[in-house]
Design a protein around this ligand. Structure first.
Ligand code: DLZ
Length: 158
């Protein structure tokens, strides 16, 4: 399992459904853009690796992670989207702002997933420092965007 290796990009390829004709939405928060772009790149690369057609990946941006929930709802309600991958990075700051954002987004995405009966993936990093984020966005701990994508792929098998 990925976390056992402390490298988020290593995952089991067993029981992976055929997603070659499935359609994915990737929603990317622009806050901490260097990180979220790296995560989004990893997610797209992984979907292509699993034979998803490029034209079946719909990418949209939102200003910050807090807005992921609303955009996820818009995407999940579309009949031509099978799964939604949400990408963000909320770094702990001097205030507790991050806690409010993280909890709201986690709760919101769960609600959207259950309401529309589709996988909605929480690809949001919640590190204490920017270095921890970089380590998980193509650094020493792999790319959490890869893991978000494979999670969406696997959840379509349910
Ligand atoms: C306001 C804010 C702060 C302080 N930090 C982050 C962050 O680390 N990551 C992130 O994605 N967004 C942050 N935001 C912006 C909020 O997500 C949101 O865009 C604004 O509060 C407007 O609703």
């Amino acid at each position: 399992m990925s976390s056992a290796h402390k490298n988020l990009s290593i995952f089991s390829s067993e029981n992976v459904p055929d997603v070659s004709h499935r359609r994915f939405a990737i929603i990317v928060a622009e806050w901490n853009e260097e990180i979220t772009e790296a995560l989004a790149k990893g997610a797209v690369k992984t979907l292509l690796q699993y034979k998803v057609e490029e034209e079946n990946i719909v990418r949209v941006n939102v200003p910050g992670s807090y807005e992921l929930t609303f955009a996820a709802q818009k995407m999940a309600q579309r009949t031509d989207i099978d799964a939604v991958i949400c990408i963000g990075c909320v770094i702990q700051g001097e205030t507790k702002h991050n806690d409010y954002i993280n909890h709201a987004v986690a709760q919101g995405l769960t609600t959207v997933s259950l309401k529309y009966d589709k996988p909605v993936i929480f690809g949001v990093l919640t590190p204490n420092t920017e270095q921890q984020a970089l380590d998980r966005a193509g650094g020493i701990h792999g790319n959490k965007g890869d893991e978000a994508a494979i999670t969406a792929v696997k959840m379509l098998g349910f």
